[in-house]
Write a protein that binds this ligand. Structure first.
Ligand code: PLP
Length: 343
């Protein structure tokens, strides 16, 4: 039997329509600005995000790094949530490569509130680095796939503006967020100077993320992308799959959300596991393991032996992510395995 791989939505394989589009893509050298398929993807994505321009990057990590490089100067302070992806999972690139000084904001399940931001920003003083950028994340991965609504975002953005900050949105899963909030992605990107989103997660494309913003921002970001080695040549091959992802894969995310809710409801009924199924909003389910189950690594090893994969999300917590390549039957199988294991 195939493994039920719930480690991440990044494990999704390209669809046959994507593979056909990749094979047929019209390409050129994109560093010379000559790849028509990349141009089409960048224009399409900019329109969807409600921004002037867009840039194809190799990964979400590169998109976030290029955004920080473009928005900030060395030594400036970047405010971001204490468990944000940029801070937690991107190898410290914002410090190591962009020379930025992170200052952490305490969020509520990853969501930054105006109060949290106000508490984190210090008044101007000769001792302090100058704050210049606020990074938001929607959906918030470590928060458990939590969604910020446009009005929640706008309250924080309004305060950030008063404080003179620029705003970058890590929207790796912005289509999941928009679907759950019942709004267009452009409503979530509104007010942000830049937004990054991934084609290679729930949308199923093999490679690629996009960074959107003003034309001036993207012109500058294009040079930073070149500097960090992200200038690609016949990248229309990748972009072709990205276009299919945007056309065909955004609405079906509802299925992933329904499967996550089903999984969460099932897990909540299993003794020794703790989670609030009502808090599951998108395709991420995080569960706390009772002490008697041993640690997360041990639990995951036993789960793998039964053909189910998930990820370590802390010493006693495990993350499951639903996606197009695991159907309801697969999720149900995972639930049965876990119920048996825990008993
Ligand atoms: C996955 C992810 C990224 C990074 O994307 P990669 O393509 O894996 O580099 C950034 N932010 C969030 C919130 C993510 O979940």
């Amino acid at each position: 039997m195939d493994l039920i791989d719930l480690r991440s939505d990044t494990v999704t394989k390209p669809t046959s329509e994507m593979l056909a589009a990749m094979a047929a893509a019209e390409v050129g050298d994109d560093v010379f600005g000559e790849d028509p398929t990349v141009k089409k993807l960048e224009e399409t994505a900019a329109r969807i995000m409600g921004k002037e321009a867009c840039l194809l990057v190799t990964s979400g990590t590169m998109g976030n790094l290029v955004a920080v490089l473009t928005h900030t100067k060395k030594g400036e302070e970047v405010l971001l949530e204490s468990e944000s992806h940029i801070y937690y999972y991107e190898v410290g690139g914002l410090s190591a490569l962009a020379g930025a000084m992170p200052r952490l904001v305490q969020g509520q399940r990853g969501r930054i509130t105006p109060q949290g931001l106000a508490d984190a920003v210090r008044p101007g003083n000769i001792h302090f680095p100058s704050p210049s950028l606020l990074c938001l994340e929607n959906t918030h991965n470590r928060g458990g796939g939590t969604v910020s609504t446009p009005s929640e975002m706008h309250e924080v953005i309004a305060l950030a503006r008063q404080l003179g900050l620029r705003i970058h949105l890590d929207g790796a899963r912005i289509f999941n967020a928009a679907l759950a909030a019942g709004v267009r992605v452009s409503a979530l990107a509104e007010g942000c100077d830049s937004v990054m989103f991934c084609l290679s997660k729930g949308l199923g494309a093999p490679v690629g993320s996009l960074l959107a913003g003003s034309r001036e921002f993207i012109n500058s970001a294009r040079k930073w992308r070149k500097m960090v080695g992200g200038g690609m040549r016949q990248s229309g091959v990748i972009a072709a799959a990205g276009l299919v992802a945007l056309e065909t894969m955004t609405e079906r995310l509802a299925e992933d959300h329904a499967n996550a809710k089903f999984l969460a409801a099932g897990l909540a009924n299993i003794p020794k596991l703790t989670l609030d199924a009502d808090l599951v909003q998108t395709n991420i389910v995080v569960v706390e393991l009772g002490q008697e189950l041993g640690g997360a690594d041990d639990f995951l090893t036993r789960l793998k032996a039964e053909g189910v994969l998930a990820t370590n999300f802390g010493p006693h917590s495990v993350r499951f992510v639903t996606h197009k390549d695991v159907n309801r039957q697969g999720v149900d199988y995972a639930l049965q395995v876990i119920a048996r294991m825990v008993r």
